[in-house]
Every structure is written in C-alpha cells, then in structure tokens.
Design a protein around this ligand. Structure first.
Ligand code: AMP
Length: 139
C-alpha cells in the first residue's frame, strides 16, 4: 500500500496555477510541460488532471484519455526535436525512483550514441524556453 495523494505536491500546485511551468500542451485530460532538470534535449513531462499518486491509483476511466494525451505529446516532442527515438519513463514510489508524487510520464527524445544526462542537473532557462517553443509548434 502507498500513502494517500497529497494535494500539496508540486505538480498539483502547477495544475492549480499556484506554481509556474513551461507549458507545451494542455487538454481536458492532461498538462504537459518541460522538465526543469532535463535528461535529454526536449525532456517533457505529461501529468493527468485527475489526482493520482502513481499509475496504480489512477482511476481506470481516466487512464485511457490520459494515455492518449501522453501519446500525442510524445509524437509532438519527437517531431519537434527531430528525435531518432524516445525513452518514456514512469516511476512509482520512492523505491521505484519517484520523487514527485503526482502521476507523470517522462518523454525523453533520444539520438543514436547520445546518452541520457545524469538526473538532478538544472537546465538553462533560455534553452528550455527554446525547446518549449519548438514543441508547442509541433502539435
Ligand atoms: P520523478 O518523480 O522521479 O519522475 O521525478 C520528478 C521529475 O520532475 C524530475 O525529472 C524533476 O526534474 C522534475 N521536476 C521537479 N520539479 C519540477 C518543476 N517545478 N517543473 C518541472 N519539472 C520538475
């Protein structure tokens, strides 16, 4: 069992507009924005509007629409970044590598021979804004 959903988590604050984000896409099911510590150029997060801590407590009825949004964002990110591939990651609970406890999928553009950067390194704001603009125009 995992703890209950905490509405004070940072992604909940972003959803409520209490914290800023570099938004690239929004629909009824999901919000997508740049990861501020990108592990590859164009690293984007897609979060559901439905409150869920991880994949397992996401209501089944909301999961389908959310995953359609994840797929749509992944396609736009890949196109915008001219990616050769995409790594899509989703972590559950601390032991599973989760740090922010609102469900999210990582969309990481990949190129042959280019390794993911280590986690926890803050991205350059201007570069992130540049990538965000590219991605917004790819929908
Ligand atoms: P994880 O829960 O392990 O999937 O990691 C959370 C991810 O959210 C990390 O990749 C962080 O860089 C990213 N992150 C944390 N805070 C923010 C924020 N305010 N805006 C955008 N990305 C964030």
């Amino acid at each position: 069992m995992h703890p209950p959903y905490d509405p004070q988590n940072i992604f909940a604050k972003i959803l409520r507009g209490e914290m800023p984000c570099m938004k690239v896409y929004e629909d009824d099911a999901a919000l997508a924005f740049m990861d501020i510590m990108p592990r590859s150029e164009g690293h984007t997060l897609v979060i559901p509007k439905t409150p869920a801590r991880g994949l397992l407590d996401m209501p089944a009825a909301a999961l389908g629409p959310y995953m359609q949004s994840v797929q749509k964002v992944a396609a736009a990110v890949g196109k915008a970044m001219r990616a050769e591939g995409l790594t899509i990651q989703q972590f559950n609970e601390t032991a599973g590598g989760q740090v922010v406890f609102h469900l999210h999928f990582h969309i990481q553009p990949r190129w042959e021979g280019v390794a993911l950067k280590p986690p926890g390194i803050m991205g350059d704001k201007a570069a992130l804004e540049d990538r965000a603009a590219l991605i917004r125009s790819a929908f």
